[in-house]
Design a protein around this ligand. Sequence first.
Ligand SMILES: [Zn+2]
Ligand SMILES: [Zn+2]
Length: 502
Amino acid sequence: MERLTGLLRLPDDIISQILQYSPSYSTLLSTLLTTKSFYRVFQAHPNSILHAINFREIGPSYPLSLRRVRYMAPVLDCEDADRLLAQAVSTDVICDFPITREERKEMKEMEDKVTQLEDLFSFRYLDRTSVSSQLTPEESWRFRRALHHLTLYTCEFPTSRYPYIEENDRFTETEIQVQVRQENRRRITFLSDFSAEELLEISAVLFFLEELGVYVFSRTGLDGIRAIAIPAGPEILLACHYCISDHPIRQHVKDIEKIVAYHPFLESYIWTPLLEVLKQREFREETESDYFPWNFISNRIHQSDTQCHQCKDELGFDVWTRKTWTPLATRYRQSIYLPHRAYTITSVCLSMKDRLMLNGLESEYLRSAIGNFENDDYLTRILGDIYDYDLKLDAFADWDKDDLLCEDCFERFLTEHLHLWIRYNRSLEGEIAKDCPYGYRCKLQGRYDPTAGKASIRGFLKEHQESFNHLCAPIAQDTQDVALLIHEYSVANQVVIDLSSV
Ligand SMILES: [Zn+2]
Ligand SMILES: [Zn+2]
C-alpha cells in the first residue's frame, strides 16, 4: 500500500528501508517527527528498524553483543528474566523483543572494550607501528566473534560458580575429580555448539589473552594469578593491563588468594574441553613452522619484529617508536595507578638524568616548555628534536627514531637526552650560565624558590642553581663537600645559615 509522504509517494517497505538507514536514534526521531506517515510505518515495524540502526551503530558483532547482554541479564534482578534467558540461549536474538536503553549503553561499552582488545591484538601481532587495529573487516569480525564467544563461555562458567572448597575438607580427592569431570562434560556440551572454525578462532584469542596475562602479571600480581585471568573474563584482564596491577581481578574474584593456591575447577578451565571438542571434529594441528595460532584470525601474521632493535629483548605489548610513543603514553594516563610509563608532564620531569630530577629550576622550565604543546604531543616534539637536530650522544649514534624499542630502551634514551633537549631550547633563548663541574650529579640541586632570602638553605640553592648550568655531564673527579660549600657561602655573604630551614 502506498501513502502520501510530503511530495513523494513511497511504498511502506521503502519508507521502512529509509528509516533503517538512520545513522542514529536521534536522527530517526527527527525523521519521525517530520512526517506522520513515516511515524505510522515505524509503529508497524519498530523492532526491525531499531535493530537495523543498532547493527550499523555497533557493528557486525551486534547480535553477539546483544546475546551476551541478555545472557548476563537474568543474573540481575530482572522482571523478564525467563524470557530474556530463553532468547539469549537462542542464537537468533534479533527477535521481536525490543532492546532497552540500558542494553544499548551496555553493548556500546562492551564493544568499546572489544575494540581496545582488538587494537592490542593487532599491535602485538600485525603492525607494531599502529596502536589502532589494522585488521581487515573480515579479520576484525573473526576476532570480535571469538572474543564474544569466549566471554559467553566465561558468563556460563563464571568463577562465582565455583565457591572455594577447602582442600580435603568436604570432598575426597576422588569426589572432586568426579565433579570436575562432570563440569568438563557441561563445558564440552556448551562448546559443541560452535563450529570448528569458531573454536579455532577462540583458541587464537586465548593464546593472545594468555600472553597478555604473562605480560601484565610478570611485573605484579600473585603467583598463579594468570590461571584465574581467563575465567575472570577478557575485560578484567584488559583493566589489569591498563593499570599494570592485579587490583581489578582481586576486586572481581572472591577469595582470590585461596583460589590461586587450590582450585581444581579452574585448572584447564577452557583448554581441556576446547581441545576435546576439536578432537571430536578431527582437527589436526598444523605442523608448518611459520604457522601461528593467531593465523586463525589473520593469515597475514608472521613472527617478525619480535625483538627490540637495540637490546634484542623480546618485545611485549608496548613498543615505543615514532608513531606510538604519544598514543602509548596517553593510554596509560587513564589509569588511576599511573605506572611510570604514563609519561605525564610530571613523570617526564622525573625522567631527567641523575639529580637533575630534583633541580627545581630545570623542572619548572621543562614543565612550562612542554605544557603548551597541542594534544599532549610533547614526546614527539622532544624526541623529534633530539633526532632532527642531532642532539644524540655518540653512544646512541646508530639509534633511529623508527627503531622499535622496548620500554627500558625508550626510557633510557629519553633519560640520557632530556637535559640536552632542555639545554638546546635554553640556548635558543639566550646565553647559558657556565657549567657546574659536578653537572647533573651536583648535590646542590633542589627545590627552587625565587623569593628565598640569602640567609637560608633555599637562598643558597637558588644562588647556585642560577649561577651554574647543570644540563651537562660532570667533569669534577672529587666528591662534593656540601658542608664546606655552605660554610664558604656563609662567609662570603656574611650570613648565618639556619640548617633547620631545609
Ligand atoms: Zn630494548
Ligand atoms: Zn652545581
